[in-house]
Ligand binder design. Sequence first.
Ligand code: KIV
Ligand code: ZN
Length: 398
Amino acid sequence: MGVKRVIVFDTTLRDGEQTPGVNFDINDKFKIAKQLVSLGVDVIEAGFPAASNGDFEAVKNIADKLKGVTIAAMARSVKEDIDRACSALKNAEKSRLHVFIATSDIHLKYKLKMSREEMLEKAVEMVKYAKGKFDEIEFSAEDASRTDWDFLVKVFSEVIDAGANVINVPDTVGYAMPREFGELIKYIRNNVPNIDGVMISAHCHNDLGMAVANSLSAIENGATQVEVTVNGIGERAGNAAMEEVVMALNTRKDYFGLVHGINTKEIYNTSKLVSELTGIKLQPNKAIVGANAFRHQAGIHQHGVINNRATYEIMKPEDIGIVPDTFALGKLSGRNAFELKVRQLGFNNLSPGELSDAFRRFKDLADRKKVVIDEDIRFVVEETLEEFRSFKEGEAWA
Ligand code: KIV
Ligand code: ZN
């Protein structure tokens, strides 16, 4: 048997868009989706077509144009949502419906106002309804981690009989602990009688800061798909961060013994693009992609790194696509050099106006500062983007 491959399902464009204050338009979604293809994700969850006409068009645009990747669309367990997802994915090379319904007693009682039996009947009916309309059907049991385990097993077994190819286990409210979540995955794997040939997926939220740990624990216990977002954006405290899960699998290949399809050298660019289009700056100490992730401050550390990087570095910045400083900029540098540096820093989508403005700010700074480092350039560009964004928002309100 060969080395097992983890399927990376990216939901930046769906759960990531549920980040408070984030709203992607059709162009933003396409730019990110294109970059996700370069990154090498297996599945792009492009959106929720029934949510709005705008999202329908954005999902359709991605499904029409991007090939070589599975495109997923979300739907509640209602026919209208499934039909909308179906039309949006009509031209996808490989389509996946992501249909969900809540299974925990607390959601059944207070949100759906349904009994367990009514919910199960609805889930099975909707999976049967969707069968044949998509290449794959993923069924999510929302709030799975707070659902009675034996009932969850029953739900999964019945939706598999109805035609689901992927069963997703969401820790919707980020409540689970890593060992417990791993045990739940193992329980499902060992007790769902028709699980063979069906993919088990983990979808973890970060309310207690466990999303990545829970995802990795799920993988260790038999999940073959992991659902992630770039920079960990998402509802409330966000989702499992793609870059953290992937680099854990990479850096600790000795421990996990798994492979994936991600080209890690595209991680930094992808992170920058998402940060740029969401307007969400990363905390400096953010693992993998934060500004300080590869910086050494203490003298003892710097000394060690000079002698041998492996003393304090478990990953190389180049592994995630950070280009080492090739040239320094100063007040005599021209626009071309500035533009090249800006692109090297991962800002690939500046408009000509934004670029001119950033260049002017850089020149002002270079007049005042002897050495302009990458961090200064990053700051200047982010400041420009922020100003342009608030100007646009101001216009929208006017
Ligand atoms: O967190 C969640 O439960 C989800 C879906 C998979 C329904 O985002
Ligand atoms: Zn979620």
